[in-house]
Each structure stands twice: as structure tokens, then as C-alpha cells.
Design a protein around this ligand. Structure first.
Ligand code: SF4
Length: 351
């Protein structure tokens, strides 16, 4: 059986699609249609036979671009297409490519192009929902309890991490704590990362723990604010990796970290793939939407008593109520307590 998986959504969705890719790879070749940004994260992945890049907002936009990518997809000879991204455009791509069986969620905008519609189970993690797309009719196989995404950083990614750590005079034994302060959606950015950095600098003043700031180049100002706060408290210089590492490089860095403290954003999913203990800070969104951490050791923090949560599927750019309590009232002390509980666990685990 040759399969095609179409996933042109956000990076986190692509990472969460990897359990489905692994499941399908057990039955034959798996080709993936991905955006340019998401294609890079699948490099070296053993479940992926090939990646067909669909630059839907760039070179492949419009009907001519859709037909061009459909022709590339047709040539791989897939018998089944799994529509992991629910848009009509993605579903139309599989239809134009004449893939005979097209399997998608019954809630998807592109469901009219599907030959089979699978229930979108809102009680499941999104990785499990995607995994269930491969259930054949009448298959009641339950989702594995330890479902976890997978990524495969390559030698160049590891070398980039080595170089960055060497430049900061960090040895292989130095405990690393990763912070990921960014998010595309403003209300998902916890505003107290600098205060957290200052508190951690005081806590580990006589220790050798180092902070690593992960994120895109656009997160540099957030990283600088943390670096400044740490410096004021006399802490060891932070390792600012924002914009310095590829996505798989960030995953490679996370594999070396004792714990990640992150918003509900892409690094959370990278950490799930690398099984890095994770403290996840949820504000306008909630894990029950299906995008919580999947690392073996994890803590989710959020103001569960707020009736306004969740107020958005992704997180609005501004709090509709104006007070932004879901994030403003997440305490630094609670975050540190959660991180300490996980670092105790991870340092007790075999390396
Ligand atoms: S409405 Fe509530 S959940 Fe949404 S951003 Fe404001 S405080 Fe957060």
C-alpha cells in the first residue's frame, strides 16, 4: 500500500502527524505533502519515503500551483490519501491527483472531496485523532497510551548545537534549562519569562545551571529581556539560541536539556518528540483542545478557575476582556516549583 499524508497546517500539527506516519510506514511507502516550513522538520524521518513541498502561499498559490503539486502527487502512485489538514484546498489536491481513496475528518472543510469521513473525536489528543485516520472501517483499535511524536535531528543539527554550546563555554555535563518565550499569538506569550530568568539566576547563583532560550529570530527581543534580567542578578550568561538553530537543531538542543518551560507553541511539540520534561503554560487555550505536551514527564499550568478559558482555538492577539488574567496571574513561583519537580525526575533518570 502506498500512502500520501497531506499536512499543510502549522508546525505543531506536522510534528503531531508523525505517529500516523509511523503507523502507515508499517504498511508501505508514505509520501508527505508539506509546506516548505514544515518539510524541513521531517528530514531524516525513517517513516517518510518522500516529501512533496506545497508552497500554498507562495510559488504554488492559485489553481495553476494546485494543479502542479497535484501532478507531483499523482506521480507517486498513492492508493490512499490521508487528509490530516482539513481545508478544501488540501482535499482538492488529493482529488486532482486522482488518489482513489481520500480519508479525512467528517468536520473538515474539504470533506466533500473525501471518499471516507472519520469522526473528529474532541476528547482525544490531536496526535491520537490523526493516528485514527488510519483506522479501517470497523476497526476499533484503541489509541496507544504512550503515543508520542518523533523527530530525527541529523549530524549537522547536532554539530550546530555543539558549536553553540562551545561558544558559551558549556560542557556536556552542565545542566541546561530551556525557555521558549515566544508564540505567534500574542496572548499565548506568558509575560513573566524575564522575571523567571531572574528568579532562576538567584536560585542557581552558586550552581552551574545554564539557561537556553529557544525560538525564532523574531523572538530575539524576548530572549534579550531574559538575558538582561539574568545579568542583573549576576547569573551565568544565557545561551540565546533564538534564530541560531534550525527546527531540528532546536529539537537536538532540547534532547540535551533537563526541562523545557514553554508556552502552548511549537517548542512544546518538539520537546514531546524528544521526550524532554516539559512545563507547559496555557493561557487562552487549554490542553483539552488536543495540543498538550506528550513528553513522559510533564506539568501543565493554567488558571483553571477562569470561566473565560479557552477563549480561542489558537489564542487571540488581544484579550477580549482586557485583563489577560489567564497569563498575567500565572505565578513565577508555581512555574519554578513545577520545573524543579521535573528536573528531580529527569536527573534521577538514566542519561
Ligand atoms: S478572555 Fe480569558 S482566556 Fe481569553 S485572553 Fe482574556 S483572560 Fe485569557
Amino acid at each position: 500500500m502506498v500512502s500520501a499524508v497531506l499536512q499543510t497546517s502549522f508546525l505543531g500539527d506536522m510534528v503531531l502527524t508523525t505517529p500516523l506516519l509511523e503507523r502507515l510506514a508499517g504498511e508501505g511507502l508514505v509520501h508527505v505533502v508539506a509546506t516548505p516550513a514544515n518539510a524541513v522538520v521531517l528530514a531524516n524521518h525513517p517513516a517518510v519515503a518522500s516529501i512533496i513541498v506545497f508552497d500554498k502561499r507562495g510559488a504554488d498559490r492559485g489553481l495553476s500551483g494546485l494543479r502542479r503539486v497535484a501532478e507531483r502527487l499523482r506521480k507517486v502512485g498513492a492508493q490512499r490519501a490521508y487528509l490530516a489538514q482539513g481545508s478544501a484546498r488540501t482535499a482538492a489536491l488529493a482529488w486532482l491527483a486522482r488518489v482513489p481513496q481520500r480519508i479525512g475528518f467528517e468536520t473538515s472543510g474539504g470533506k466533500f472531496f473525501s471518499t471516507r469521513r472519520v469522526p473528529y473525536d474532541r476528547t482525544l489528543h490531536h496526535a491520537a485523532r490523526l493516528w485514527q485516520l488510519a483506522n479501517v472501517l470497523g476497526d476499533d483499535r484503541s489509541v496507544p497510551t504512550s503515543l508520542r511524536p518523533s523527530l530525527y535531528p541529523g549530524a549537522a543539527d547536532e554539530q550546530a548545537v555543539d558549536a553553540l554550546l562551545r561558544a558559551h563555554h558549556v560542557s556536556a555535563e552542565t545542566p541546561l534549562i530551556a525557555l521558549a518565550p515566544g508564540s505567534v499569538w500574542a496572548t499565548k506569550r506568558w509575560p513573566s519569562y524575564a522575571a523567571l530568568g531572574a528568579a532562576l539566576a538567584e536560585l542557581y547563583a552558586t550552581d552551574t545551571v545554564r539557561l537556553v532560550i529557544l525560538g525564532a529570530a523574531g523572538d530575539a527581543p524576548l530572549a534579550q529581556a531574559i538575558a538582561d534580567a539574568v545579568a542583573v542578578r549576576g547569573g551565568a550568561p544565557v545561551i540565546n539560541a533564538t534564530g541560531a538553530l534550525s527546527l531540528l537543531g532546536s529539537a537536538a538542543m532540547l534532547r540535551r536539556c533537563r526541562v523545557l518551560i514553554t508556552n502552548d507553541s511549537a517548542p512544546l511539540h518538539l520537546a514531546s518528540a524528544m521526550n524532554t520534561p516539559t512545563v507547559a503554560l496555557f493561557g487562552p487555550t487549554v490542553p483539552s483542545l488536543g495540543f498538550g505536551p506528550l513528553a513522559e514527564h510533564r506539568v501543565v499550568l493554567g488558571r483553571t478557575e477562569l470561566a473565560c478559558r479557552p477563549c480561542h482555538a489558537h489564542g487571540p492577539m488581544r484579550c477580549p476582556l482586557g485583563h489577560w488574567k489567564c497569563m498575567q496571574e500565572l505565578a513565577v513561583s508555581d512555574v519554578i516549583e513545577a520545573a524543579q519537580s521535573l528536573t528531580t525526575v529527569s536527573s534521577a533518570s538514566p542519561p
